[in-house]
Design a protein around this ligand. Sequence first.
Ligand code: PHE
Length: 347
Amino acid sequence: MEEQIRMKERIEQLVSEIDSLKAASLEEVEQLRLKYLSKKGMVSVLFDDFKSVPAEMKRDVGQLLNDLKTRANQRIDSLKSSFDRGESVSKVNLDLTRPAGHIQPGSRHPLSVVRNRIIKIFDRIGFTVAEGPEIEDDLHNFSALNFTPDHPARDMQDTFFIATNPDILLRTHTSSVQIRTMETTNPPIRMIFPGRVFRNEAISARAHCIFHQVEGLYINKDVSFADLKQTLMYFAKEMFGEDTEIRLRPSYFPFTEPSGEMDVSCNICGGTGCNICKYTGWVEILGCGMVDPNTLEHCGIDPQVYTGFAFGMGIERITMLKYQVKDLRLFFENDVRFLRQFTGYSV
Ligand code: PHE
């Protein structure tokens, strides 16, 4: 009797143990199988002990033992099959011959594409590149360029100042780098100055408080307005196409004399008139002029010996024209639907 109770307890204990078995891998399932069902396993050992159970109890205990064995087998099988299923699913997904998924390649920002192109065009005629600080002082951004403290032209280039020190400001143009270059370099100077500039402007489709410029400077003996015109014509044709024509209109900048603004024939309608050129056939792309003798003198260059020309253009404006972008804000929004259209423009 006592023997029967002990046996029953052991069987019950094993049943609950087996019901809660878990395994993390097929190897672990196999270990469990060995632990319970192999010849020396815990279930098999019970069958050995069964021999010593008195005859009149054999029926009862035998029934329980058989149930235990079935249960143990089922539990091990179900653990095993959960891994079999997992394995076959991953086999289906793991098709090593399948072509790789589509990867969207990145693209250069349109402003970088155009800036690099401008640099290349000028590189071909001997212009090197120089850069300067975006945080400037009044001298390099204004005074040395002939903007006296109360000069009305300062209003056209209002910018962001440091409240506690109005001498420190965000540069409004890269002409400041022209000054820095002329201060430290002896002519001949043939350079362009790409960079980010800042103005106190309300943001709209045509204006932004941050934009990008490339300015240019050529200082040498006997540089004339004809050299300026020829250089700009070369640039316009390289940038917008062989058929492009240019037109110079008189203008005013404190640091050039005479000064001009250059238009190119509208590359969208070819000069016949459209809403981009406001039906004039021409679009303005840059300001230019002969460097004012005052400015040369300011930088220690003798205006009796040297003359030079300068020009400055907005990269956004050139890019808008070239790729027919109608709203400048698109350049700063980082919307990939816009930026992706320039994939492959690698210049
Ligand atoms: N610095 C001028 C501007 O930003 C452009 C310019 C450069 C004009 C050189 C003439 C000569 O508006």
